[in-house]
Design a binder for this molecule. Structure first.
Ligand code: TMP
Ligand code: ASP
Length: 236
């Protein structure tokens, strides 16, 4: 059994075969509202691993450098050990979630431009929103890194929007994490229905973790649909 280094809400991080890598194991646990709501959904780990691996492969094919080295099995991946930037990058193509609540805009409202936001990666503080001067003031990232993360996040957004559009899915918003690796910033963590809002393009049906957050039922039905559609469009 691998040495567990850290157990997060949805993944376990284990030591890799050498000092430069880690093993990520996806768990079945779903959490929301900073862990206040928590449930085990059998099969969620496999679904998120498969979806994230598909998206990471697609991004790598399109020149985005990511932490993924190799898929190990249905719930595990070997990844580069990067120094995680303690700031999450959120990209919004339409209003939803905290943005809708905070600014009083109905969910699904199109935005005149793509929104990027940062939040402090700190569960104990509830991942508060943080601006660029606060990030540099606290030494969490420098200006060059912030510009790089924003540029990469927008590039990832363009690529993901194009892929999801083919799959009949509207990418409403998502969260990314980055890590420092050999002097560069690379994409880390997962990209899955846990970290994205994904709506059916025709019906606006939610196919993401809002089904869990809002008790909409059949949470994994949405995740399965996302995986099925991604597999379809990626085969062409
Ligand atoms: P928000 O509307 O709640 O701020 O969420 C924006 C996006 O970020 C949404 O796609 C869900 C994702 N997200 C995470 O991945 N982790 C989190 O802890 C939160 C709050 C949001
Ligand atoms: N990821 C956070 C949690 O697990 C919040 C969320 O995604 O809603 O509590």
């Amino acid at each position: 059994m691998d040495t567990v280094l850290r157990e997060g809400k949805s993944k376990i991080i284990c030591a890799g075969p050498d000092g430069g890598s880690l093993i990520l194991r996806y768990k079945d646990t779903a959490t929301a509202f900073n862990g206040e709501k928590k449930e085990d959904l059998a099969g969620k780990g496999k679904l998120n691993a498969a979806i994230s691996n598909q998206l990471y492969a697609y991004l790598a094919e399109n020149g985005v450098e990511t932490h993924l080295i190799e898929v190990l099995d249905e719930t595990s991946a070997l990844v580069r050990k990067a120094d995680i930037v303690m700031v999450e990058v959120i990209v919004r193509n339409a209003a939803a979630g905290s943005f809708s609540k905070k600014y009083g805009v109905p969910e699904g409202t199109a935005l005149k431009n793509t929104v990027t936001e940062f939040s402090l990666k700190d569960d104990a503080l509830g991942d508060p929103m943080i601006n660029e001067s606060q990030i540099t003031a606290l030494g969490l990232a420098d200006e060059q890194e912030l510009a790089c993360m924003t540029g990469l996040a927008l590039r990832v957004n363009g690529l993901l929007c194009a892929l999801f559009e083919k799959a009949g899915v509207r990418l409403i918003d998502f969260k990314l994490e980055f890590g420092r690796y050999q002097g560069r910033l690379i994409l880390c963590d997962e990209i899955s229905p846990d970290s994205c809002r994904l709506w059916d393009a025709d019906t606006e049906q939610k196919l993401d973790k809002d089904r869990f957050r809002r008790d909409l039922g059949d949470v994994l039905g949405g995740y399965r649909e996302i995986l099925r559609r991604l597999q379809d469009v990626r085969q062409v």
